[in-house]
Structure formats: structure tokens, C-alpha cells
Design a protein around this ligand. Structure first.
Ligand code: FEO
Length: 386
């Protein structure tokens, strides 16, 4: 099945509700969409393929649009297998269709499909164009958003930006869900490390008159584009989006969690706009990471373990560091029954991040929360909300 985006641009992407983990690690309760498009003009261009998991359905959609005509071009904006996975199947079916991709992609594609695939493959550079008739595509490179070979394509006729992974989200297109939440979780977990490169792409895009954004995941955006562009600007500049506190907890027997919930109560009483408590062992860590970037303040609360910190917290901090977590105010709460070591271990990782203010003093709980813990929380809450 296909849908029309404009009189000559068609959506031929597919939903994937069978996938357990996207990119081998992210839970996607509402599935995933792999988007692909066709531009019908004097020349016909297919814009990206889909994950090989759904190639049959995608080829059927493509057939419906092409009505027996072979396409002239397959434009590959991104080589990651969730989009490029069906290129070989496509090439077998349409051996005379030219592939169009960046020079970098052309150098990488044999790694996936062998040397044969670069036969009839055009490598393009920044600003190069592809004439289709009434439509002209202009290619704009977007290195590290979020692979090195990425480009986006701008169609001057319908003012469409084919945006590769930018402006994408988790979730199939038939899922009834808010854009921002799953777009934010997608952004920080997948593209988060590359804020500077996203900023560079936004600057290039600012020169274009864009009416429609066609991303490789998530819905086609055609209204209120300023909203989405503003979100991307906030996220990629590592600016906190909301005033609030995430309390990320790694608790062994529940005593650290009980204390964290008390701290949440105190923060709320003292006027915190929003307080979110997450259990790093049981809740989705990708969502915890999203919230750490979303809010301007985070409390890391963890049990000590094996002379270090309970592993779920260590994993979480390493994820944050890998995604370039920065520009936030944080506080540390540790628990230990004999020699507490969690705070020292957490601090050693956090100190490797940029522009993180660590509130002192650290709160140390000895096994279970007591009156002195609550007094320390009062002080910590005041410092955090100051
Ligand atoms: Fe949607 Fe980077 O692949």
C-alpha cells in the first residue's frame, strides 16, 4: 500500500510490529517505521530502501506505484541496514537503475553487498544536484547524523526535505502516540553524541524553504515545522528542555529506592516543577537517558557494590558519557552498609563529562534511611533547586 504526499511524491514505507529490539538494543513497544519514498517525474527516483525484514512488503508497495516502469534512480541517503538492507534485493530486481549516494557511502557500500554493487553507482558531493524533470534534488551532506556517509536531499519543486534519520522517532506510523516523547528518546539514544553535527545540519537547512520533512522513521511532518526544528535545536545544543529533576536509582534491596522516593517528596514540597523517579534495573534505561537530557537536574542514587557502584548505575553513567551528557546540575546519593564506595565511583565517571556541576555534600545512607538522611535531603534539595 502507498500514500501520496504530494501529486508526485509517494510514501512506500513499512511498519514493523514484530521487531523486539531496534538497533539490537532499544525496546519499541509501538514498533518501528522504515520510511521510503518515490518521486515520479520524467525520471523516477526511489528514496532509500527498508530493513530487509520488510523487503517483500516494501517491494509490493513500490510495484504498485511504479506500475511496471523501472525506476531510474535509487537515492541512498544512509547506509545503516534499517534503510539500506534491501538494496541488494532491489538491484537484483532492477539491475539498470543507478544508485546515487555520497562518495563516502560509495566507498562503504561494498562492505555490505560486495564490490559488484558499485557498478552503475554515482557518488555525489555537497551541493550536487539530480535532475528528474520538474523536480531537482539537491544533496546536502550530513556527516555523523549519525553515520559518516549520510546526506539529506532537498526537492526544490515541492519544497521537501528528505531528512535521513533526522526528525525520526521510534514507533510505527499506525501507533497513536505523541511525537515528542518517542522522538526525544530516539534522538538522545541514537544521535545524542553528535549534537555539533546536528547543529551544522540545522544551519544548512535554515537556508532552504522547507514545507515538508520526510524522515526515514516516524511521520511525515508538514505542519508547524518550527516546533520540530526548535526541538532539534534545543536537543542538539544540549540545552535542558524542561525545569525538573530526574532521580535515577540503582537499589539492591529497595532501601535506596525508599530514600529516593522520600527525596522526591521533599523536592516536590520545596517547589520542584517536575520530579521523575526511575529504577535503572527495571525501567527502560533509554527512557531514563532521555529524561536526564530533558531535565536540567539529576540525582544519581545508588547502592555501593563490590568496592564500586551497583552495576545498573555504572552502565547508566557510561551511556550518558557516551552520548556527550553535559551542562547539567547533579547530586549524588550513595548507600553502603560498611565502606560506602558508590559516590566515589559515580563521581569519577561524571567528572569526565563537560560542564557538570556536582552539588556538595554527597548524601551517604548507612543501610537504611534515618532522620539524619532526611535532614541531609532537605539541604540537598535546597541546593539543587537554588
Ligand atoms: Fe535509521 Fe541510522 O538508521
Amino acid at each position: 500500500m502507498y500514500t501520496k504526499i504530494t501529486d508526485t511524491i509517494y510514501y512506500i514505507g513499512v511498519n514493523d510490529h514484530d521487531i523486539d529490539l531496534f538497533e539490537g538494543q532499544y525496546v519499541v513497544p509501538n514498533g518501528m517505521a522504515y520510511n521510503s519514498y518515490v518521486i515520479k517525474d520524467e525520471k523516477t527516483a526511489v528514496m532509500d530502501t527498508v530493513d530487509i525484514r520488510k523487503s517483500e512488503e516494501w517491494l509490493a508497495n513500490l510495484d504498485e506505484v511504479l506500475q511496471g516502469k523501472a525506476p531510474d534512480y535509487l537515492v541512498v541517503t544512509h547506509l545503516e541496514p534499517d534503510h539500506a538492507g534491501s538494496i541488494k534485493i532491489f538491484r537484483d530486481k532492477y539491475p539498470d537503475t543507478a544508485l546515487v549516494m555520497t562518495m563516502k557511502a560509495k566507498s562503504m557500500i561494498p562492505q555490505f553487498f560486495g564490490d559488484e554493487i558499485v557498478t552503475n553507482c554515482r557518488g555525489v558531493v555537497e551541493g550536487e544536484t539530480l535532475e528528474l524533470g520538474a523536480h531537482t534534488l539537491t544533496f546536502v551532506t550530513a556527516p555523523m547524523v549519525h553515520w559518516p556517509e549520510v546526506m539529506v536531499a532537498y526537492d526544490n519543486r515541492d519544497k521537501v526535505l528528505f531528512a535521513a534519520d533526522a526528525f525520526g522517532k521510534f514507533g510505527a506510523l499506525d501507533a497513536q502516540e505523541d511525537w515528542t516523547c518517542e522522538a526525544r528518546r530516539y534522538y538522545f539514544n541514537i544521535v545524542g553524541k553528535y549534537g555539533a553535527q546536528v547543529q551544522a545540519l540545522l544551519k544548512k537547512a535554515a537556508d532552504l524553504d522547507i514545507q515538508i520533512i520526510c524522515p526515514l522513521h516516524g511521520p511525515i511532518l508538514s505542519e508547524n515545522l518550527g516546533f520540530y526544528i526548535d526541538k532539534y535545536n534545543t536537543w542538539s545544543s544540549y540545552t535542558p528542555e524542561d525545569d525538573g529533576v530526574l532521580i535515577a536509582v540503582a537499589s539492591i534491596y529497595g532501601n535506596t529506592m525508599k530514600a529516593a522516593k522520600k527525596l522526591a517528596e521533599i523536592l516536590t514540597e520545596k517547589g520542584a516543577k517536575k520530579v521523575v523517579v526511575t529504577d535503572l534495573a527495571r525501567d527502560d534505561m533509554a527512557e531514563a537517558l532521555e529524561d536526564a537530557f530533558r531535565y536540567d537536574k539529576v540525582v544519581f542514587a545508588a547502592s555501593s557494590y563490590d568496592g564500586g557502584v551497583f552495576p545498573f548505575m555504572e552502565e547508566f553513567l557510561h551511556h550518558l558519557k557516551a552520548k556527550n551528557y553535559q551542562k547539567r546540575k547533579v547530586a549524588l546519593v550513595e548507600n553502603g552498609s560498611w565502606g560506602p564506595t558508590a559516590a566515589k565511583t559515580m563521581k569519577a565517571i561524571i567528572e569526565q563529562m563537560k560542564e557538570i556541576e556536582i552539588i556538595e555534600p554527597v548524601v551517604t545512607i548507612k543501610s537504611t534511611m534515618k532522620d539524619d538522611t532526611i535532614e541531609s535531603f532537605e539541604v540537598l534539595a535546597d541546593s539543587l533547586l537554588k
